[in-house]
Design a protein around this ligand. Structure first.
Ligand code: ADP
Ligand code: MG
Length: 695
């Protein structure tokens, strides 16, 4: 099936619309974020003006938009430059001046002919006790009354495009919209009191009143739901396809696991127990596992991953765990080593650093099955490495690993049970939209015994006393991260800031200060990190590149400079670098005032809580969804019609709906299924349809 014929007009370029030429077409394209008629239709009004209010002059209130019927009495051209041109008009109740700056006399005389009855619409202002209207929005003859006396949508605009032009183009575009088959579930649609798609789109662009602009209005929520359903259906199709590939049923008596549990120096938290059970259940089923393990830095994901990998090994299969960087891979190996040794498991570590003979040996152990567990960077999947029998893969994505890469990875490893770990706490709604293809386990409970991190706000003026305090801390063995912000637009400047800070701190602390940033070569980065880990340096000045998961329990102080420039989630991630050992930890948020409202709120929240999930929810409220995941990183497009901070419930409903649809009609062949294909095309989920075809 290719795109339904009825949708074609919506995929034409904007220039097919009346009044849209090559030049303003480019502007319009920029404004609506795409070159197609459809992109314009997704550009919804943010306000409206009611021009139906048509009082007499004497009843027209100050400050309100009104449509007046007046007789043009006199043209009063400006005497001097800078003065306005006035047109004096009357009706039977009073008089009003129409005000024009930079006016052309000839033009105005034609527009507002003397003694003619005219309709003018615009905002009424009182000036020295008399009503006036500056630059009326609409001027017309009596015959144009119906056209003027309407409710006018107000669109987000950009320089060079008027609202009138957008409105005209949209109205024309609405004419391109065909009646499409209904893809919503009838009962659900009725319960929600939703209109048909066609009607909803029309209503969204022609809001009859203020309510119609609210995102919860039936027309708007229907459109939002359509978009969410298209996205969830795409994920559900991916999921279905991946699970169709036969997974294996890993059932075991957990003898190896018990050996590890016996040597663990701690008891699992409730959240860890629960997650392990959820994973066990998935792995025991013949369908393949696609599960996300979410938990703050330090919530103890590694041990959960280890216990899960053992299930595969107990069944004679191999398991692999992949980290995004060399350092993290090595650190995983360090953490896992005592546990794996206790269970007598043969494991290898493979990263880009391994070369030559040593590497050949490792690769061989992977392919002949001598290695039961493989620890490495993501490159183990990118290169031509043969596994003897890979049964389970753990991907420690640490929010650097995008949806697309993830999908690619799972496509390459058919049937392999997948556990993805992320340290970015994501609000439930967002997690669904980014990971709707996966089931989710949450580690929302910190291992016991962690001391709260003492978080303080320090104005930049007080930085010297803070540095004195740090000196005393270092004397008692503290190690300090010092983060300088990296703003993408000017990496050079930021680097300079970090280097300056490095120089200043060297002045105080001598050569026990290290510097790490994105411009360093990997080996140099590793070296700077290693020195800090070993305690050869006490302070590590860093741009935000510091490795997300690196564990340096001796690091107890985090200084974040220009904290006001960071987003909440980012601050939270950075703070998570400390508080990992037995000593009390501090986080100093150094800011440069004056603080804006949002920055103030962000820093306040940081001081109040360490709960990553709570912080993520707040972050979502404060700045919308895109930044939390990092749209580019996650590969998740922003929604155009849905707003996750409002439509969260709809997202959950869409997820359930999508899974039900795919359970019942995985190939979308029924009546609703066919209509849903149209929905997928409408939202340009052509890839999902590819999936359907080759599935
Ligand atoms: P994450 O990968 O989620 O950031 P880790 O798995 O590295 O966290 O765990 C952080 C630290 O907490 C490690 O030193 C680990 O051994 C320890 N840890 C994990 N689970 C527990 C627990 N239930 N009780 C006490 N300590 C734990
Ligand atoms: Mg970790």
């Amino acid at each position: 099936m290719s795109r339904p014929f009825d949708l074609d007009p919506l995929f034409r370029t904007l220039t097919v619309l009346p009044g849209v030429g090559p030049r303003n077409g480019k502007l319009l394209e920029k404004l609506v974020g795409g070159p197609k008629v459809l992109d314009l239709l997704w550009h919804l009004p943010i306000d409206f003006v009611d021009r139906r209010f048509a009082p007499k002059i004497k009843d027209a209130p100050n400050g309100q938009v009104a449509t007046l019927t007046v007789t043009v009495g006199k043209h009063i051209p400006n005497q001097r430059k800078g003065q306005p041109y006035k047109v004096w008009c009357t009706d039977e109740t009073g008089t009003i001046n129409l005000i024009f700056f930079h006016a052309h006399k000839d033009y105005l005389e034609k527009q507002l002919p003397l003694n003619e009855k005219m309709i003018v619409s615009g905002r009424i202002e009182y000036y020295q006790g008399n009503p006036q209207m500056t630059h009326p929005d609409a001027i017309g003859t009596e015959s144009m009354r119906a056209e003027i006396e309407t409710v006018e949508p107000v669109y987000p605009l950009t320089q060079g495009i008027t609202n009138k032009a957008v409105k005209k183009a949209v109205q024309a575009a609405l004419g391109f919209v065909a009646q499409l088959p209904e893809w919503q579930n009838g009962a659900y649609k009725e319960r929600q009191k939703w209109p048909d798609w066609h009607t909803a789109l029309d209503a969204a662009h022609n809001p009859p009143d203020e309510k119609a602009l609210e995102p919860t209005h039936p027309a708007r929520s229907r459109l939002a739901y359509d978009e969410l359903l298209a996205s969830q259906l795409t994920l559900a199709l991916v999921r279905h396809r991946q699970r169709q590939v036969n997974g294996r049923s890993f059932k075991s008596d957990h003898t190896l696991r018990q050996k590890v549990l016996d040597v663990l120096p701690f008891k699992l938290t409730g959240a860890q127990e629960r997650s392990v059970q959820e994973i066990d259940k998935d792995m025991a089923e013949p369908a393949r596992m696609l599960r996300l393990l979410q938990g703050d830095v330090g919530s103890g994901k590694t041990v959960v991953a280890a216990l899960a990998m053992l299930s595969a090994v107990e069944n004679g299969a191999q398991a692999a765990i992949m980290a995004p960087t060399e350092i993290l891979a090595r650190q995983h190996a360090e953490s896992l080593k005592p546990w794996l040794e206790a269970a007598g498991i043969r494991f290898v570590v493979l990263t880009g650093r391994d070369k030559g003979k040593a590497r050949d040996t490792i690769v061989q152990q992977i392919s002949n099955g001598a290695a039961q567990i493989i620890i490495g960077t993501h490159s183990i999947f990118q290169e031509s490495i043969e596994f003897a029998d890979l049964g389970m893969a753990v991907i420690d994505e640490q929010h650097r690993f995008g949806v697309h890469q993830r999908l690619e990875l799972s496509a390459k490893n058919k049937g392999v049970d997948m556990l993805v770990m992320t340290a970015t706490p994501i609000p439930r709604t967002l997690a669904l939209s980014a990971y709707g293809d996966m089931d989710i386990s949450r580690l929302d409970e910190k291992p016991p015994g962690r001391k709260p991190i003492d978080t303080r706000l320090i104005p930049i003026e007080k930085i010297d006393p803070m540095i004195d305090g740090l000196k005393r801390q270092i004397e008692t063995g503290a190690r300090i991260y010092w983060v300088c912000p990296l703003v993408e637009e000017s990496e050079k400047l930021d680097l300079a800031a970090a280097e300056d800070r490095y120089d200043i701190l060297k002045h105080f602390f001598g050569d026990r200060v290290g510097l790490i940033h994105g411009r360093l070569k990997p080996a140099e980065k590793d070296e700077a990190m290693r020195k800090f880990v070993n305690g050869d340096t006490d302070i590590l000045v860093a741009t935000t590149v510091i490795e997300v998961g690196v564990n340096v329990p001796e690091a107890t102080i985090m200084v974040i400079e220009h904290a006001e420039r960071f987003g909440l989630s980012q601050l939270h991630q950075l703070r998570g670098r400390v508080g990992r050992g037995a000593e009390k930890s501090y986080c100093f948020l150094v800011y440069t005032g004056p603080l804006g409202e949002t920055a103030k709120e962000r820093l306040g929240i940081m001081r109040e809580t360490e709960d990553g999930f709570l912080i993520a929810e707040k972050d979502l409220q404060l700045r919308g969804s895109g930044d939390i995941l990092g749209v580019r990183q996650s590969g998740m497009a922003e929604f155009k019609l849905a707003n996750l901070s409002v439509h969260g419930d709809l997202l959950v409903a869409a997820r359930d709906d999508a899974r039900l649809i795919i359970d019942k009609d995985p190939e979308l062949k029924g009546t609703r299924g066919e209509a849903l294909k149209t929905l997928l095309y409408l939202f340009e989920r052509d890839q999902a349809i590819q999936n359907l075809r080759s599935g």
